[in-house]
Design a binder for this molecule. Structure first.
Ligand SMILES: *Cc1c(COP(=O)(O)O)cnc(C)c1O
Length: 350
């Protein structure tokens, strides 16, 4: 793949102080077009800026789009990606589900590597900082009939990021018992914007009750735990680690997979299975629910200290981040930044 690079003539000042998440973008972005009959073409990197689209553009009306979330890390002048092949593969799985043409995995990775290299001085160093990378695909036919678009864009933008919720600050989560995120046969396994559109009402309720996010139950019985707004979920019950098994309605997180591997490497028992909200409540009542945490690229690990279900508050642990959450966070972030051995071959130096 040939990538034409047009550098900005007006580089921006890097943000200073607390970085936050997702507000400031780097100097450049990657764009590539797809046209039926031609395939993917015109890979280019251009200065970051607004794009112009027809208001009839299909993505605006029917939401045919997918996205990914990944990070680049810097330590002592070396730059890394973390398991980018997992994102490339998942991206194609999301595209297949939404009829967006797949992009060869090596092109996906090359686009990101080239863009990260060009804006490498935007990768913040520091234990909790990274450069968040947002690749996404959108349907661009200027046509408001319902159809599968014949043209698409693949775009990558990047934003320097600090800790998502502040350094391992525990959050409270509201268990949503009316709305559902996804059902069997739906798009829950795909990383597509529509899943998020469908989730906002539950997020709004959670926030109105002082919670950071909503936890989803299964779409049929509203009984089995699926995941949290933007994260997969883990529980430590007694000395076992339990996380819902992947099914058609759960997003297969790269962090989830990495955390399972690390837990097993720590000789902990990990069960990937269905777990009901009732089992969780009983474990909490018996004092067996020791820890809960969400996992995702943006947050890494997000300890959960309170679950709110049908107006009842279930307190988990001491209110501070649990021991396992801290250990997993430190281990994973050290591997990501090159300061711990890469036993599982997860890092890609760029
Ligand atoms: C992206 C995402 C996750 C986390 O996936 P990672 O690959 O670990 O970042 C979990 N749940 C949902 C709904 C997501 O969109």
């Amino acid at each position: 793949m040939e990538i034409k690079i047009t550098k900005t003539t007006t580089p921006k000042a890097k943000p200073t102080g607390s970085l936050g998440f997702g507000h400031n973008f780097t100097d450049h972005m990657f764009i590539m077009d797809y046209t039926d009959g031609m395939g993917w073409h015109d890979a280019r990197i251009v200065p970051y800026g607004n794009l112009e689209f027809s208001p009839a553009c299909m993505v605006f009306h029917y939401g045919q789009e997918t996205f990914e979330g990944m990070k680049a890390y810097a330590a002592n002048g070396t730059h890394y990606l973390f398991r980018p092949e997992m994102n490339a593969r998942r991206s194609n799985a999301s595209n297949a589900r939404t009829c967006i043409p797949e992009l060869p995995e090596q092109d996906f990775i090359e686009a990101i590597k080239t863009l990260v290299k060009l804006d490498a001085d935007w990768i913040p160093e520091g234990k909790d900082s990274s450069l968040y990378i947002r690749p996404f695909f959108i349907a661009t036919d200027p046509f408001i009939g319902v159809a599968i678009s014949k043209t698409y864009k693949f775009i990558v933008i990047m934003a320097p990021a600090g800790a998502y919720y502040g350094d391992l600050k525990p959050v409270s989560i509201r268990v949503e018992d009316e709305y559902v995120r996804a059902v069997k046969g739906g798009t829950g396994r795909a990383k597509t914007g529509g899943n998020y559109a469908a989730s906002m009402a539950a997020l709004s309720r959670a926030q109105a009750e002082g919670c950071a996010q909503a936890m989803w139950l299964d779409g049929i019985e509203r009984k089995y735990i699926e995941e949290v707004g933007t994260m997969n979920i883990f529980f430590k019950i007694g000395d076992k680690i339990i996380t819902p098994a992947l099914n058609e309605s759960i997003l297969p997180g790269v962090t989830r997979d990495s955390i399972i591997t690390l837990c097993r490497d720590f000789d902990l028992t990990v069960e990937e299975r269905s777990i009901s909200i009732d089992e969780l409540l009983i474990a909490a009542d018996l004092g067996h629910l020791v820890e809960a945490f969400g996992t995702g690229t943006a947050v890494v690990i997000s300890p959960v200290n309170k679950l709110r279900y049908k107006g009842r508050d279930i307190t988990i642990g001491s209110g501070e981040a649990g021991e396992l959450s801290k250990k997993l966070y430190d281990t994973l972030t050290a591997i990501q930044r090159g300061s711990a051995p890469d036993k599982f071959n997860w890092r890609m130096e760029i």
